[in-house]
Design a protein around this ligand. Structure first.
Ligand code: ATR
Length: 276
């Protein structure tokens, strides 16, 4: 059995290490490699992988939209997110799925202690925000504030996803004011701000307390400035590495037919590889 992650570039992908860990743990005689596919040849290269007996691929930047577009069928989650990170090949056909929303929620859920947040503030309106918003909608979060530096992008995304949840668009600055004034049940940063500790998020979170859960999907560094501020205020914090690990579980099951778990060994292995 063969699977791969496809991207451009692909050298920094952790997916081969994650799936390799599970291949070893389950004893399945399969392979999982990293393939650099040029965007101009994406569709032809994917067809060639189908022909050569691959079970499927994970798609990463910049191929997630092209993966959705070329599939013969698309699952509901991938359709709503507008992108696919998992292509499953079966009988010569390609099914597009998206496991990012699942990975986000699996990582977050233990931090919620069984409570579904009523109110959530989401920072950022890019590709990652789409998966987070779909997960929050599916979990039944009543009211979502979507804040973005570029307001028009938040407005467009709020409108697109309005069918299943109330999403209020807002500027980034207004959201910072809101977080200093009113408590929320959940705050998620989906923007790339704070990555590699550049331009960290400096909001004081003055109105947040021990009932607020704060999740940053940025995991370089693991403890971002946002999570440090949140922890100092007594909020419960959830780092972003678990989303990367959990989104791989349904893909592994689809490719290799076995259920797997995110254990300490896997997390430690990926943290070490990434120097976290
Ligand atoms: P991804 O797929 O990782 O979400 P993206 O689609 O490029 O990447 O989106 C990046 C997100 O991070 C956007 O919401 C972006 O805000 P803009 O839409 O205003 O560009 C946000 N972002 C990046 N750098 C930021 C910064 N310095 N301050 C605030 N938001 C930032």
């Amino acid at each position: 059995m063969k699977a791969a992650v496809v991207g451009h570039p692909i050298a920094h992908s952790q997916s081969p290490a994650i799936h390799g860990h599970w291949l070893e743990a389950t004893g399945i005689a399969g392979t999982y490699e990293a393939l650099d596919l040029h965007p101009d040849r994406f569709e032809a290269d994917i067809r060639a992988l189908v022909e050569s007996g691959f079970q499927g691929v994970n798609a990463t930047v910049p191929h997630k939209e092209a993966a959705l577009a070329m599939a013969d069928s698309v699952d509901d989650t991938a359709r709503r997110i507008g992108a696919s990170n998992t292509l499953v090949f079966q009988n010569g056909k390609i099914e597009a799925r998206n496991t990012d929303a699942y990975g986000f929620w699996e990582n977050l859920a233990p931090g919620l202690l069984g409570q579904v947040p009523k109110r959530a503030v989401v920072l950022g309106a890019g590709g990652a925000a789409r998966a987070v918003l779909v997960a929050l909608q599916d979990a039944g979060v009543d009211h979502i504030t979507l804040a973005n530096r570029t307001l028009s992008r938040a407005q467009a995304l709020a409108e697109e996803l309005a069918e299943t949840a109330r999403i209020d668009p807002m500027t980034w600055d207004d959201a910072e004011d809101l977080l200093n004034r009113e408590r929320t049940d959940l705050l998620v940063n989906t923007s790339s701000r704070g990555m590699k500790a550049e331009n960290p998020i400096t909001c004081a979170l003055a109105a947040q307390d021990a009932q607020t859960v704060v999740n940053d999907i940025v995991y370089t560094p693991l403890q971002t400035a946002l999570l440090e501020t949140a922890a100092a205020r007594g909020c419960r914090t959830v780092d972003g590495l678990g989303m990367l690990l959990h989104q791989a579980r349904p893909a592994f099951q689809a490719f290799f037919g076995a259920r797997v778990t995110v254990d300490r060994g896997l997390r430690h292995k990926v943290e070490t590889r990434m120097g976290l």
